[in-house]
Design a protein around this ligand. Sequence first.
Ligand code: 9WN
Length: 433
Amino acid sequence: MGTRLIGDETTLWQAATRVLDANWTGTATVPSPALYPHQWAWDSAFVSMGLARHRRDRAERELLSLFRGQWATGLLPHIVFNTRMPRHAYFPGPELWRSDLQPAAPRNVPTSGLTHPPLHALAALRLHACASPAEAERSRSFLAHLYPMLVAQHRYLAQCRDLGAGGLVAICHPWESGLDNSPAWDAPLAALQLPPVAYAPQRAPRTSATGEHYDRYVRLVTLLRGAGYCDEYLRDAHPFAVEDPLVNAAYLASTHALAEMAEIIGGDPVPHRETAERVHRALLDRLWDGETGCFRARDLRGGRLLPAVTVASFGPLLDPDLPGPVVRALVDLLLSARFAGAAGYPVPSSDIQAPTFDRGGYWRGPTWINTNWLLWYGALGHGLTVIADLLYGATLRLVRQSGFREFFDPFDGTGRGDHDCSWSAALVLDLLA
Ligand code: 9WN
């Protein structure tokens, strides 16, 4: 594949494949060697899209290995733990979640009890789309094998996570958004009552997720665990329940992918199309704020749209049926001083003009390769070639300048967080292919 590339593209390609090779454990890919030694769900979706261009066999194993962690309820956990890692390798480890005590959790595969943005059907379809004619039949069989697991994942989301009964999926913890310390979660987290005991050990202050944040993150997990991760508790009592535009846009894109997969393998696409139509309408009815011209997260416990405007607000570009005026309003916002203004490296994870903006603060300002990729993909789907080219060029410029870092300063492109980050490498392969 690299032979089609020229000059520094070949060098970049080879550097990206080296990162993915080094982060391969034999069955899956760790998000980064130093900080994240287990398997994370949305990371694996992105990684499999890159592996599809490099080691197809591994792309399939990556997804299968993740689904080993799927619960009987259909929940696809956000972390599948590698039992060969020492206990202190990552906090919080299996001892916080105690999935081993849950009858629905798989035996001998410790997992978390939360989920992650459901991009897996989209990733599986992309894997199929880049199969060569010689690989097509095998690829179709792989899709047929994975399809029931993806359907179960989506059934869980539709049946157990539509907490607002309006057709969208609600997240029950900031970790489920993938954008952990996004300013969007500040208000619902602040409303959470903490007991007088500190729960979490301090993590190194490399992010803005401080000890205070971690106390709240861990508190939410202990509440969930105490209730046996049960659906009724989530629906009726859990204090954090938010409908996020990016999570729901991922859900919608993957629902469309499930419909296409059903056609490829001879299944029934109609139920997926019906779900997609419902999610599309609910995104507009429940999360579109016409007054300010953007999508916002809905706090189900507070009963209102949350004020923060973040990169997640652009997630619905993944909806192929988004009305033209809504697309145009999103493009205006993306190109405005709030997201593009002084920043040379779009797209910052948070509104530059908001008081909470922090250029080094993890999901409170920096630019990330995976969110850039999602917006690039969504822009292409709407024929927004100028926006897509802008995102493509800026994303490759980031990694050329600073390497496959976890995240980047949105003003000068300085690399931050961990090095040799898998999704940064994988998505560069997808972009270059
Ligand atoms: C908690 C692995 C994950 C990403 C998330 C990112 C970060 C974990 C953490 O790392 O989250 O799940 O410990 O901070 O926020 O998006 O999936 O790369």
